[in-house]
Design a protein around this ligand. Structure first.
Ligand code: PEP
Length: 254
C-alpha cells in the first residue's frame, strides 16, 4: 500500500508572518489526516519559523529547491540541502518546471540536487513533465522518461525509498487546465514502467514508488485524480495558498 502524499508548493508567495498564519490555520484542519503525508513548501526564509510552529503536528515542511552542492562553500545565493534539514525541512522539491524553464535547470543539475537531498536525509520530490508543444509533437513520454532517468541517475537501491516523483504537465501548472484523470493515469503508469526498467535489481521499488500529480489540482478535481490506480497524491500550487482549500484536498480519502 503506497501512502498518499499531498504537498503544497507556496512558490514565491507569503511573508514569514503570512506563512505561519496559513500553516497554523491548516494544522487543526488536517489533524486527523493520517491516511496521507502532508507537506508544505514555504519560501526559504519562512522554513525555520513554520517548521518550529508545526513541530509535533502531522504537517511536514519542504524546501522548494536546494543547491547542487552538497557541502557548504563559496556559492553565493545558494542553500544546501543539509541547511534545509537544519532549518526543519524533511522534504525538498527538485526540478520544478518553473526552475527548469526560468532558471535553465538541466537534468544533470536536477540529478545533483536529488543526490544532495538524499545525502541530507531529505525525501526528494522530483518533478517531471512535458510542455504543451512537446505533447502536441507526440514526444511527451520521451521527455518525461529522459527527465526521470536523468534525475535519478547515480542513485543506489537504498536511496529509492526517499524519492517521490511528481508528474506535472507544464501546460496544466497555474493555467486552470488540469490533465484529465485518464491522461494523468496514463503517464503515471508509464513513469512506473520506466522506473521499474531502470531499477530492475530493486524488487518492488517501482510498486512502492509514490507518483503524485500536479497541475491545477483543486478540491473539485482531487477525487477523479485520486481514483486512478497510479496516482498517489498531489503537488498543489494555487489551491495550497489558502488553508481551507488545501485542507479539503488533504482530507480527501482515496
Ligand atoms: C505547482 O506549482 O507545482 C503547481 C502544480 O501549481 P498549480 O497547482 O497552481 O497548477
Amino acid at each position: 500500500m503506497r501512502k498518499p502524499v499531498i504537498a503544497g508548493n507556496w512558490k514565491m508567495y507569503k511573508t514569514i508572518g503570512e506563512s505561519v498564519d496559513t500553516a497554523l490555520s491548516l494544522k487543526p484542519l488536517v489533524a486527523n489526516a493520517n491516511h496521507c503525508e502532508v507537506v508544505l513548501a514555504p519560501v526559504f526564509t519562512a522554513i525555520k519559523t513554520v517548521a518550529d510552529r508545526l513541530e509535533g503536528s502531522n504537517v511536514n515542511v519542504a524546501g522548494q529547491d536546494c543547491s547542487t552542492e552538497i557541502e557548504e562553500g563559496a556559492h553565493t545565493g545558494e542553500v544546501a540541502a543539509f541547511m534545509l534539514r537544519d532549518a526543519g525541512a524533511r522534504y525538498v522539491i527538485v526540478g520544478h518546471s518553473e526552475r527548469r524553464q526560468m532558471y535553465a535547470e538541466t537534468d544533470s543539475m536536477v540529478n545533483k540536487k536529488t543526490v544532495a537531498g538524499i545525502s541530507a536525509a531529505l525525501t526528494v520530490i522530483l518533478c517531471v513533465g512535458e510542455s504543451l508543444a512537446q505533447r502536441d509533437q507526440g514526444i511527451a513520454e520521451n521527455v518525461v522518461s529522459g527527465q526521470l532517468r536523468g534525475g535519478l541517475s547515480r542513485l543506489t537501491a537504498s536511496d529509492l525509498d526517499r524519492i517521490i516523483v511528481a508528474y506535472e504537465p507544464v501546460w496544466a501548472i497555474g493555467t486552470g487546465r488540469t490533465a484529465t484523470p485518464e491522461q494523468a493515469q496514463e503517464m503515471h503508469a508509464f513513469i512506473r514502467r520506466v522506473f521499474a526498467e531502470g531499477h530492475s535489481a530493486s524488487a518492488g521499488a517501482a510498486q512502492g514508488l509514490r507518483i503524485i500529480y500536479g497541475g491545477s489540482v483543486k478540491p473539485e478535481n482531487i477525487s477523479g485524480l485520486m481514483a486512478q490506480p497510479d496516482i498517489d497524491g498531489a503537488l498543489v500550487g494555487g489551491a495550497s495558498l489558502k488553508a481551507e482549500s488545501f485542507a479539503q484536498i488533504v482530507n480527501y480519502k482515496k
